[in-house]
Design a protein around this ligand. Sequence first.
Ligand SMILES: [Zn+2]
Length: 284
Amino acid sequence: MPLINGFKLLDIIKERHVCAGAYNTTDLITTMGILDAVEQSKVPAFIQIAPTNIPLSGYGYIYDMVKRYADKMETPVTLHLDHGKDFQNIKDACQAGFGSVMTDNAQYDYDENVKHTRQAVEFAESYGIPVEAELGAIAGKEDDYVNPDNKYTNPDQVLDFVKKTGVNLLAVAVGNVHGLNLDPNINFDLLKKIQKICPVPLVLHGASGIPDEQINQMVNYGVVKINVASDLRKAYIQTIGKDYEQENNRFDLINVTLDARKAIKDVVYHKINVMNKLAPVDIY
Ligand SMILES: [Zn+2]
């Protein structure tokens, strides 16, 4: 199945009442590990990249490698832009063929956030793809970008924000944090309040540090997309580090990279299981 439009993926997620993971890639190894697990799970997913990770290869290479793998898959996948910080990011991703985009204007005050988000939605409409936006500000470290404030999503702004911007997915700040060094503490009362008010599906960022027993409840709170980045990157780097520690004179790069691909696959497969409470399957 070729890469699909984000609207189509959202329809499939709704029909099947599953929660889709959104896994951050950077390169070929990460892409392969993520898609190995997604295909094995048969649960639809987003694979995504933030502009911070684009400098390695550019939007075009990421699109080409994800598409090439997805063309052979049976499980539906959408390529998504994560944390588009400025309008140029949105343009670049749309033009490269991405199936959905996030516009992140959480650094602005409410009115400016509405204005910039609306601009992204109008542009993405011409490509027929959905837009995710953030209301509130998710704390923590996303690559080199550090946000020290955990500004919770204000439920009183949710309906107004969605109506004024026309956004299709809403990323919420409910105690989730980016990165692995802060303690996330999900406020389920707030999440429930937002779910009741919000006319569009919700997105949870920063799932790497959130305990499994909280992640597996998200499907019941209107959350359709859960972002996972740090855990994959950590698995990748640790695997290569361990291989080097075992034998610091090795040069069989292929085996080291295959180990990293497998480690990423294992993490993603575990996350998919947790999000959807799948019966544990011995797959390895
Ligand atoms: Zn994020």
